[in-house]
Design a protein around this ligand. Structure first.
Ligand code: CA
Length: 229
């Protein structure tokens, strides 16, 4: 079965790129739209799921959803809402949304809603996310476990996400800002030192064993890079 196609309709480019990144990494085919007209066009053509911001230029998210409802296409919709007073209209299913997420949201939350909707509609991805293997270090995305010689390191959720983000981009230098956005979310208010603190903790966990190679390299004045050893 081909990977499910998710249309991301969002005019805020930071949010659109964040969602596109996470969806692609989970194996979905992603089509991005930055206005209501293209959202409607893409959703009609190919979507297994539409992630739909309400405040869109052109035609707004409510009208996009109503048009799809009129077509009886049955495209599942996950609404993104920024205002509490919009929630009633969304959850009242006035517009036929299957679920909704309030901004600011964590990418993880959105991904779990996406999986749930696709499971309900029988379009879930069958192949599990990857198992990354670096010698004795294994990163199991599905179980959210990092293991050395098969023993779970019991990383905290944020440490695991940070390791996964670095290891999924092995060999690529990632700036602190990018790590903040990808791991903490675009709305996170902390500064770059937050990343340093978590990297320090992560190193203690995965590199305390002197026989393991040094996986996380510091790129001075920029950020960090995961090296395959
Ligand atoms: Ca918007």
């Amino acid at each position: 079965m081909a990977s499910p196609t998710v249309v991301v309709a969002e005019d805020d480019s930071a949010i659109r790129e964040l969602l596109t990144h996470h969806l692609s990494r989970e194996g979905y085919t992603v089509i991005a739209a930055s206005d209501g007209h293209s959202a409607l066009r893409y959703a009609r053509r190919a979507a297994d799921l539409l992630i739909l911001d309400i405040g869109l230029p052109g035609i707004d998210g409510f009208d996009v959803a109503r048009s799809l409802q009129r077509d009886r296409r049955g495209v599942p919709i996950l609404m993104l809402t920024a205002r509490a007073d919009e929630i009633d209209r969304v959850v009242g299913f006035e517009v036929g949304a299957d679920d909704y997420v309030c901004k600011p949201f964590s990418p993880r939350e959105v991904m779990s809603r996406v999986r749930a909707i696709l499971r309900r509609t029988g379009r879930a991805i069958e192949a599990p996310p990857t198992l990354l293997s670096f010698g004795r270090l294994e990163i199991d995305e599905r179980a959210r476990e990092a293991r050395v010689d098969g023993n779970d390191l019991c990383l905290k959720p944020r440490e695991f996400s940070l390791l996964l983000e670095l290891a999924s981009n092995a060999g690529i230098a990632l700036s602190r800002e990018r790590l903040l956005e990808r791991v903490w979310g675009y709305d996170f208010n902390g500064d770059a030192r937050t990343v340093d603190v978590h990297i320090h903790r992560l190193r203690l966990r995965i590199e305390e064993d002197g026989t393991l190679p040094h996986f996380v390299q510091t790129i001075h004045g920029f950020g960090y890079k995961f090296v395959r050893s």
